[in-house]
Design a protein around this ligand. Structure first.
Ligand code: PLI
Length: 462
């Protein structure tokens, strides 16, 4: 009698109830589509995309529980019951007493920057994020990167590459003077570093340093449950704590937070500004009526707030996050089999392909990551996105390109959307492009918008 093997594989803790057909196209069709889109994957028509790994933002599959909640939208202009339910859950899962809804994350960033950023002040953070830095700069502040050096090295396997270098931060405070800082922010996991988390140990050190100098600390909690998951599996002392407990503990060190609900909360639209600072809250509650809508809907429909409230309950389920990050890991391990250069450790929301190593013959002025993202699309219809020199934009003072150390293509996994077979197809396509890499020439930028250029810039093939 053979013994049955112990179960080693895992599977998603849900099944598919509804499907959305996707179009399969030919290479000549995609060559034309890529050219028309100026070789920018943001400018492709989504119906021309086969497997869409552009982003995990708003592209998630909602559960039947969330869809059922959509039918319970209270669409009153003021005082919708969905708002109060959402507020209760914001208190429960983020531990913040005050809350203003916004239509998405950058709307919350806009208001926080307007409220907190003093002209010419410094706002350090654990690496830049595109929209976060843009709003800081538009409000007259200056972002300074204080992430640990390991974060800039794709091969470094530090388990918490999202950590802040506390010595660097303290030296900066001593040099510039505490009064010249508006606040410090931490994002977890750090999107532009490859989805890398910070540890609670590091957070506690940053928090006590800032208390000493009286500088507020804010959190970009957009994917904070993924950060909590990494703490649970990597940080000593947290193995037995639930994701919910770790998340509340993380938030307890912050004065406030913002969230793009389009990620962790598994909805298609929504944002959160939450704080324990009553004065900041009162300003935000007043400001939201100018930019978003009344403070009980903030640019959202009642049904959207209901889906967010229910998403908050689902996002802390351990098995859900394990399956999500498990899918990302699966992709990373398959790419390793073909020796594709990628960022380590594997991120929470995405696998990042190292375009500098993939296309070593292209200098950053030829936009290697932008080029690689378009070549992958042309090969198979798989859409990723550039996270390199185009995303980094220009230095406002000098007008020159910023040349980040990381020149990456992001393959981002929407939650509960694709199967393992979709990942296999993706990996095979990237392996094919890798085989043909020597034939690839770079791109020339022919149109550059003023703000957040990566969304709308256009390129020509060299
Ligand atoms: O896209 P928004 O406006 O809902 O959120 C902006 C935003 C803020 N912080 C972080 C860490 C993000 O990742 C973020 C948006 N990210 C996008 C769209 C992405 O594709 O990663």
């Amino acid at each position: 009698m053979s013994k049955l093997p112990k179960q080693k594989s895992w599977a998603e803790p849900y099944k598919i109830k509804m499907v959305e057909p996707i179009k399969m196209t030919t290479r000549p069709y995609r060559e034309k589509a890529a050219k028309e889109a100026g070789y920018n994957t943001f400018l492709l028509k989504s119906e021309d995309v086969y497997i869409d790994l552009l982003t995990d933002s708003g592209t998630n599959a909602m559960s039947d529980y969330q869809w059922a909640g959509m039918m319970l939208g209270d669409e009153a202009y003021a005082g919708s019951k969905n708002f109060y339910y959402l507020w209760d859950n914001v208190k429960k899962y983020y531990g913040m007493p005050y809350f203003v809804p916004t239509h998405q994350g950058r709307a919350a960033e806009h208001m926080i920057s307007k409220i907190l950023v003093k002209p010419d002040s410094i706002i350090p953070g654990n690496m830049y994020f595109t929209t976060t830095r843009e709003h800081i700069e538009l409000a007259g502040g200056k972002f300074v990167d204080v992430i640990i050096d390991e974060a800039h090295d794709p091969q470094n396997t530090h388990p918490f590459k999202g950590n802040i270098n506390v010595n660097k931060l303290e030296a900066l405070i001593k040099k510039e003077g505490a009064k010249n800082f508006s606040y410090v922010f931490m994002a977890g996991p750090v999107n532009m570093a490859g989805g890398q988390p910070f540890s609670l140990k590091n957070l506690k050190e940053v928090s006590s340093l800032l208390k000493k100098y009286g500088i507020p600390l804010w959190l970009d909690a957009t994917r904070a449950t993924e950060n909590a998951y990494f703490i649970k599996i990597r940080e000593k002392g947290y193995e037995k704590k639930s994701i919910e407990q770790i998340l509340v503990e993380i938030c307890s060190y912050f004065d406030g937070l913002w969230v793009s609900a389009k990620k962790d909360l598994m909805v298609n639209i929504g944002g959160i500004l939450a704080t324990r600072n009553k004065k900041v809250y009162e300003e935000a509650r007043n400001m939201v009526v100018v930019y978003e809508g009344l403070h009980t809907y903030g640019g959202l429909a009642g049904r959207d707030m209901e889906a967010m409230a229910r998403g908050l309950e689902e996002m802390v389920h351990f098995d859900n996050i394990k399956a999500r990050i498990g899918q990302v890991e699966y992709c990373g391990k398959q790419l390793e089999k073909y020796n594709i250069p990628i960022v380590y450790p594997f991120g929470g929301h995405a696998i990042f392909v190292d375009a500098k190593k993939f296309l070593p013959h292209l200098s950053q002025d030829l936009f290697p990551a932008q080029t690689l993202a378009s070549e992958i699309y042309i090969d198979s219809g798989v859409r990723g996105m550039e996270r390199g020199v185009v995303s980094a934009g220009r230095d406002h003072a000098t007008g020159k390109h910023r040349y980040p150390k990381l020149e990456l293509v992001r393959l981002t996994f929407p939650r509960r959307v694709y199967t393992q077979a979709h990942i296999d197809v993706t990996v095979e396509s990237i392996a094919q492009v890798y085989d043909d890499r020597k034939k690839i020439k770079g791109l020339k930028m022919v149109y550059e918008p003023k703000h957040l250029r990566f969304f709308q810039a256009r390129f020509k093939k060299l």
